[in-house]
Design a protein around this ligand. Structure first.
Ligand code: ZN
Ligand code: ZN
Length: 371
């Protein structure tokens, strides 16, 4: 499908640009837009557009036609952009530009294996310490029966007549760059040079079978819920010697009812009675490292926060750990018997303003807990 856009605009050159400037612009754009190089989704369409623009502007005949009558002039002059197969352009570019533009980017007929994904759920304490978990992957592996070549053991494939066993065919390719003879994979034998008459009974000639393979995955300390771990080369086997794909493990971190995680900090709560809060005591609190003792001073207030420095979650791929913040909760009795009521009333009678003197309000402390 020819483009409607202005060819000079497509190449980003002035209307009076000379041949050298046009070639230079084309070369730069072709380099960045070639689908082997670019990951842009419309790279191929833009590459074709740029090539079409170059095809017209690099010939004085079509350029003059275009300058005078535009796209309509080209159409009535019988011009159609050359059709070409992008996959075979690498060699042409090398000859045209005098260097190997996309050298090394094509791996012959080998193909990289596909990626695989799996999910795993771990406990928060495992996320804190780091863990090795077994993840069951279904991966395509080289077939054990035929060793991956797809040929039934004991049989011999026959030579391909079309390519004479070389796996390659010479083709004449026409493009804006001129006519080139290039070699391409033989379509009859898929470039193998042989025809397999007796495919392997295990893999049906594919050379690969699916295997459920548990993989030990090291989950790094400090991982967050929803993060993925990439295992390079642990995916499906590649075809014809291509390298294996990657495996991705989506990690879910189960919430722990004892803790709330906020980034790398951990929050938990300690429940005191009014008497414990008033008299002070040593309580056992749960941390990611196990129980630890926490000293509560007499006169502890609800909403107060005790910070256990460095007892939070490890920093993922970093140094140090977050903090563990313990919120003090004070329970007020809901039901009193006669004696308890009498004692509290006697306590109240013995109290004055010094009994309840405090420096910071409950609300201020609550706010500081979430700072
Ligand atoms: Zn097989
Ligand atoms: Zn062949």
């Amino acid at each position: 499908m020819p483009t409607d856009r202005d060819y000079y605009e497509v190449l980003g050159v002035d209307r009076d640009a000379d041949d050298r400037a046009i070639k230079k612009a084309f070369r730069g754009l072709a380099r960045s837009l070639h689908p082997d190089v670019s990951s842009e989704p419309d790279a191929e369409a833009r590459f074709r557009e740029v090539t079409e623009a170059y095809e017209v502007l690099s010939s004085s005949e079509t350029r003059a036609l275009y300058d005078r009558y535009g796209h309509a002039g080209l159409r009535s002059g019988g011009f159609t952009p050359t059709q070409f197969d992008i996959g075979g352009l690498g060699d042409l570019f090398a000859a045209f530009f005098g260097d190997d533009l996309f050298g090394g980017m094509r791996g012959g007929s080998s193909r990289r294996g596909a990626d695989v994904a799996a999910e795993v759920e771990i406990e928060l304490v495992e996320a804190a310490s780091g863990a090795t978990v077994q993840v069951p992957f279904e991966v395509a592996v080289a077939c054990a029966r035929c060793g991956g070549d797809g040929v039934e053991p004991g049989t011999t494939p026959v030579r391909c007549d079309r390519c004479g066993g070389s796996g390659r065919l010479q083709q004449v390719s026409r493009s804006v760059f001129g006519e080139f003879v290039r070699t391409a994979g033989c379509p009859t034998c898929s470039g193998r040079g042989v025809i397999v008459e007796h495919p392997c009974s295990e893999c049906d000639g594919a050379g690969r079978t699916v295997e459920r393979r548990p993989v030990d995955v090291d989950v790094p300390a400090g991982i967050h819920d929803g993060q993925r771990i990439r295992l390079s080369g642990k995916g499906h086997a590649g075809a014809q010697g291509g390298r294996a794909g990657d495996a991705y493990v989506l990690v879910h971190v189960k919430p722990d009812p004892r803790f709330v995680r906020e980034g790398n900090d951990i929050y938990s709560q300690v429940d005191l009675t009014i008497v414990q809060a008033a008299l002070g005591l040593t309580v056992a609190v749960e941390t990611l490292d196990g129980p630890t003792e926490l000293e509560i001073e007499p006169g502890a207030q609800p909403g107060e926060v005790r910070v256990l420095r460095g007892k939070g979650m490890p920093v993922l791929q970093g140094f140090g750990r977050g903090d563990h913040r313990v919120l003090v909760n004070v329970s007020v009795p809901r039901r009193l018997n006669d004696e308890q009521r009498r004692l509290l009333e006697a306590f109240d009678a013995a109290s004055d303003e010094h009994t309840y003197r405090h420096d910071e309000s409950f609300f201020e402390k609550l706010k500081s807990a979430f700072r």
